[in-house]
Design a protein around this ligand. Structure first.
Ligand code: CMX
Length: 435
């Protein structure tokens, strides 16, 4: 058994009695009350999901397994001579809750290397549907791999539900190991005439992706940073929740991750990163490349709002301060590309947008989220095909969603099935509550 799987088993054995005790002894304790506006308004703030993989504080932002992002970037092992940690180290942390040693990371890299080879039909699928959005291709490629699921085989053989997590873990690692190559294949097929470098067995997740799409250093570090920043954002966001929901029916991990990607592909969620670039580029083209001053930028933002559109990359359903994932990328940009023209747009929007959204008075959070910054760094390093950006988001997010699905199975969480009411029922209940 690999070091990661052994550690995970130990953790599962520790956690199972804690969850069982909560169910048995405290099952009728009331955690939260639900209001009519929460029922009608997309279930904002209702505390009805559980995960120990990450927690999103509205003011502080995301913590992975209790660690802030700066702590994560400081504590996780790094390849020699680079700034950003191994993505595999984050995978180990999300799965187990422990910061891995260098040796544990190397062990995982070797394990993933043995699981990387893509089935031939994945190449065929990517070749067959080049007219589609890259997220559709990404989702379809993963969906097709459902036939590889070891969980399905075990389930059909009648394996005990206490052991469901085991084959789910194997499926998760088999899938995650293939993501850099699937991403690189989609990118090079769509935009580079199929010229993809062969994977290098010596390279890590981020390094191999950069190598396969043929972009030089420090893009390997950009990749590591991206996949780590996007890996998880607790369980209520559309992509994580969709993955959890689909997997709760005991659908295999390929079905669940394909579904989570379909949720991520919406413009109010992961697609916002491409929308930010499209929006800025349109403005720049209209100005024939002339950099706007602050007044012109304000006018552009107001024009967007007055035409009934949202400002992409700003606002959040939970966060109430600037997203720390934005700040990490901003620090990187200030260090590596502070004179870049598009970064100057992003920098100006950082100052201009929040006061305007505050003045407009609708958005509960006027501050930038992760997507406001991610495209401009990709563009700088040559990934200028912005409809690809959400694929990068999805490659990272799959790590956190897989960790959650394994733990859902290990702790025997049941199929998700909330209850709906009709509008007259809600009217009656609301009137009774108001007396
Ligand atoms: N620009 C303009 N209006 C905005 C806005 C923005 N960036 N953010 C919120 N609003 C508006 C909402 O559309 C809503 O308007 P209505 O009352 O007319 O419906 C109002 O402000 C209240 O919304 P909210 O409670 O503050 O925000 P929600 O929780 O409903 O929505 C989000 C959150 C992210 C969908 C929203 O802020 C948004 O549309 N942002 C732009 C798209 C974006 O960047 N999405 C990526 C989020 C991060 C991610 O998941 O990847």
């Amino acid at each position: 058994m690999s070091k990661l799987k052994q550690k995970l088993l130990e953790k599962i054995e520790q956690q199972r009695p804690i969850t069982q005790k909560l169910f048995k002894e405290y099952g009728d304790a009331v955690v939260d009350k639900v209001t009519v506006s929460q029922i009608l308004g997309g279930m904002r703030g209702i505390k009805c999901l559980v995960t120990d993989i990450s927690y999103l504080d509205p003011n502080e932002g995301i913590r992975y397994r209790g660690f802030t992002l700066p702590e994560i970037f400081e504590k996780l092992p790094k390849p020699a001579g680079v700034e950003m940690p191994y993505v595999e180290g984050l995978l180990y942390l999300l799965f187990t809750g422990d910061i891995p040693t260098e040796e544990e990371v190397k062990d995982l890299i070797d394990d993933l290397a043995g699981r990387r080879t893509l089935p031939k039909y994945v190449y065929d699928i990517i070749d067959a549907i080049p007219e589609c959005h890259p997220m559709t291709i990404f989702s379809a490629a993963i969906l097709a791999m459902s036939k590889e699921s070891l969980f399905c085989k075990d389930y059909n053989c009648g394996v005990s539900k206490m052991d469901y997590w085991d084959s789910t873990y194997e499926d998760a690692l088999n899938l995650l190991a293939k993501l850099p190559e699937i991403g690189a294949l989609i990118y090079t097929t769509l935009y580079r005439g199929g010229k993809k470098n062969k994977p290098d067995p010596k390279l890590d997740f981020g390094g191999n992706f950069a190598h396969m799409i043929g972009i030089d250093k420090p893009y390997d570090d950009v990749s590591r940073m991206y996949f780590i920043l996007h890996a998880d954002h607790e369980s209520g966001n559309v992509s994580a929740h969709t993955g959890h929901l689909v997997a709760s029916a005991l659908s295999d991990i390929y079905l669940a991750i394909s579904a989570m990607l379909n949720g991520l592909a919406g413009p109010l969620h992961g697609l916002a990163n491409q929308e930010v670039l499209r929006w800025i580029q349109d403005f720049r083209d209209k100005r024939q490349g002339k950099m706007p001053n602050e007044e012109e930028m304000k006018q552009f933002v107001w024009d967007t709002l007055n035409s009934g559109q949202v400002i992409p990359g700003f606002g959040h359903a939970v966060l109430r301060k600037t997203d720390p994932r934005y700040m990490m990328q901003r620090q990187f940009a200030l260090k590596h590309m502070k004179d870049d023209e598009l970064f100057r747009y992003v920098d100006m929007l950082y100052n201009v947008v929040p006061p305007i959204l505050t003045e407009q008075g609708k958005a509960k959070n006027p501050w930038p989220n992760v997507d406001a910054h991610s495209g401009v760094i990709q563009w700088y390093y040559g990934v200028t095909e912005y409809d690809f950006y959400t694929v990068l988001f999805g490659m990272g997010r799959a790590i956190g969603v897989c960790a959650n699905i394994i733990w859902d199975r290990a702790l025997l969480y049941p199929i998700e099935r909330p209850k709906s009411l009709t509008t007259p029922m809600i009217e009656d209940l609301a009137k009774q509550a108001k007396g």
